[in-house]
Design a protein around this ligand. Structure first.
Ligand code: BGC
Length: 544
């Protein structure tokens, strides 16, 4: 297959934005859609292809918008449907795609469907949710929000029954055994796709169906429903994508790609904590291990990879021992821990060490998949562990050193969350404007890395193979595509390492450093020895 025939998402760079946190155009202390529109040029110059926006729908915000009260309306803090249409047009005008969250599994308890479901036993809405006279069904299903919820069932006084919820009790699960629910969701998809969005990040997809005697995750019936949504997209919306949020082991996520007839993309959750493990331990083996457990996926489907997002750094896909180790190393203060994860941002996790931050990104970009950058991580933003829930990694974007970081003209106490004002992460020194004007900033280096990755489609479509080296501290990945080769060398340790590569087929060829765009080495014999500094990475193209 020729590179130019690849579907757009295969080689895309994604950027995750929380509208509330990005830019406030009205001065009410909340980011909004016109604010995001005003920053599209910034996102574009970063080298981004597609923006993923967190839920922007009407919501009582018990779960920051993942509790939807009306799928057909925009939260008034964010603007109007017309603003949203303008956002889509302005994004497209700049060659940017835009996908939104699609929260399939549950609604808010304030949604009219649930209001009727609980109060009108005879209405069709009763069967829109999962009700039971007892709270002991599906007892093999785990509790996800462990720090707040004691059960997946909550009692509702009005209905006189228990309702099922995998997340907060204010988020009752929809009943996907009911075809009307499937039809409703298809209508929701249609509404937003007709407005021009380029697809959805489908939230919490493993949990749609419950069956006794199972853990109620990844069930065949769930896959059937999702395949139905995909068929609907195929029929009417060619080129638009479905991205699966299935926080599962790779062999289970593999099922969400189906035979190329389910999701176009799926997050690779388990590789993420292992990148942090590998860098802290100075040991490539966690990456070798998880990639050895990662099956091939169908043509024209793609992994979506990330280092951080709007949630806690999840430690669900590691062993109990690894989880303890990650908590000790990366979340020494109990405030940094939440559920089975760590509520910190990328820069603080990596000691604000730009070399390590770039190494982590380079590692991510060296692996198969289309990467996502979480807003603010490109400048190395900090977090605020004292805010509740996951709010500490959702603080206002730091644009410049003016009051409120240039995010909003509201009074400080009217902001939806405080800006970061202290220490190395204070907006006074760490902001987009400072990053743009300093040629050595993390922002410039990230932008360059993104550009290099994107101008080499080998990263998106090529095969990958780990090359054996004696130093377990180094990860060496060979990417190959249509006779082209790039060797990615990542020194994960805090010491210099000399590695020897066996390249008998490439004798007399030249290694080109594609990050610095310079000749690196003439390969004179079957073996070549390369010196790397602590936490250094090299992307070397083999050229004639
Ligand atoms: C989202 C979370 C949200 C949960 C429930 C997740 O997977 O990423 O932010 O709380 O779904 O909707």
């Amino acid at each position: 297959m020729k590179t130019q025939q690849l579907p757009w998402y295969m080689n895309a760079m994604f950027y995750e934005v929380h509208i509330r946190a990005f830019c406030d155009s009205t001065g009410d202390g909340n980011g909004d859609i016109p604010g995001l529109i005003s920053k599209l040029d910034y996102i574009k110059q970063l080298g981004i292809d597609c923006i993923w926006i967190l839920p922007m729908f009407s919501s009582p915000l018990k779960d920051d918008g993942y509790d939807i009260a009306d799928y057909y309306n925009i939260h008034p803090d964010y603007g109007t449907i017309d603003d949203f249409k303008q956002l889509v047009n302005e994004a497209h005008h700049r060659g940017l795609k835009i996908i939104s969250d699609l929260v399939l599994n549950h609604t808010s308890d304030q949604h009219p469907w649930f209001q009727k479901s609980r109060s009108e036993a005879d209405s069709k809405y009763r069967d829109y949710y999962v009700w039971s006279h007892t709270d002991d069904k599906y007892s093999d299903a785990r509790i996800i929000f462990l720090d707040t919820e004691k059960s997946n069932w909550s009692y509702d006084d009005q209905a006189g029954m228990y309702y099922w919820h995998r997340f907060y009790s204010s988020q009752p699960d929809l009943n996907y055994d009911n075809p009307d629910v499937i039809e409703e969701m298809q209508q929701v998809m249609k509404f937003w796709l007709d407005m021009g969005i380029d697809g959805f990040r489908a939230d919490a997809v493993p949990y749609l169906i419950q069956r006794e005697g199972t853990n109620c995750e990844n069930l065949p019936e769930t896959h059937q429903i999702l395949k139905g949504f995909r068929a609907f997209m195929n029929d009417h919306y060619e080129g638009k994508i479905l991205l699966a949020e299935a926080n599962q082991w790779p062999e289970d996520v593999r099922e969400y790609f189906g035979d190329g007839d389910e999701f176009h993309m799926g997050f690779h959750f388990p590789v993420m904590p292992r990148i942090f493990m590998a860098i802290r331990k100075g040991d490539a083996s966690p990456i070798h291990w998880i990639m050895s457990k990662t099956p091939d996926i169908p043509d024209n489907t793609q992994w979506c990879t990330f280092l951080r997002n709007h949630d806690e750094l999840t430690l669900e896909m590691v062993t109990e021992e690894e989880r303890q180790w990650m908590w000790e190393e990366y979340a020494p203060d109990p405030r940094m821990r939440l559920n089975l994860g760590i509520r910190r941002r990328l820069a603080p996790l990596l000691d604000n060490d730009h070399q390590k931050i770039l190494l982590a990104n380079a590692l991510l970009y060296s692996l198969p998949g289309a990467p996502i950058i979480y807003y603010g991580d490109e400048i190395g933003m900090g977090d605020n562990i004292w805010l509740p829930d996951r709010n500490g990694v959702r603080t206002p974007m730091q644009w410049d050193d003016s009051p409120n970081a240039g995010f909003s003209t509201a009074n400080q106490n009217e902001l939806y969350a405080p800006v970061i004002t202290t220490g190395a992460y204070s907006y006074k020194r760490l902001n987009v404007s400072a990053g743009l004007s300093d040629p050595n900033s993390l922002l410039h280096k990230m932008r360059h890395l993104v550009e290099v990755r994107k101008t080499h489609p080998i990263f998106a479509s090529g095969n990958y193979k780990f090359l054996a080296v004696d130093q377990t501290e180094c990860l060496v990945i060979l990417r190959e595509y249509q006779g082209q080769k790039v060797i990615c060398i990542l020194n994960l340790s805090d010491k210099n390492q000399m590695i020897t590569l066996n390249l008998p087929d490439d004798r007399d060829k030249i290694l080109i450093d594609i990050v610095h765009n310079s000749k690196f080495r003439h390969i004179k014999s079957d073996q070549t020895t390369i010196a790397t500094d602590a936490y250094e990475f090299l992307w070397l193209k083999i050229s004639n």
